[in-house]
Design a protein around this ligand. Structure first.
Ligand code: ZN
Length: 67
């Protein structure tokens, strides 16, 4: 009951390395932007690097209010 309540850090792993779907190259520090869910077939995930998030005003999936 006496636990300190600190704001939850929502940052993903800062060293995440994945394919940036916006500039079409692998980059470090990417964040998950979009999750494509499909009943059948291949769904997908779209990641964006920091420069692309700034450039396109992308909001990371985890930072968005979920329904
Ligand atoms: Zn990028």
């Amino acid at each position: 009951m006496s636990e300190t309540t600190q704001p939850t850090v929502t940052e993903d792993t800062p060293t995440a390395y994945a394919f940036c779907a916006w500039h079409k190259e692998f980059a470090g520090g990417v964040r998950l932007i979009e999750v494509i869910e499909q009943g059948s077939g291949a769904g997908g995930t779209l990641y964006a690097c920091t420069p692309c998030r700034t450039r396109y005003g992308l909001v990371p999936f985890a930072d968005r209010p979920q329904p």
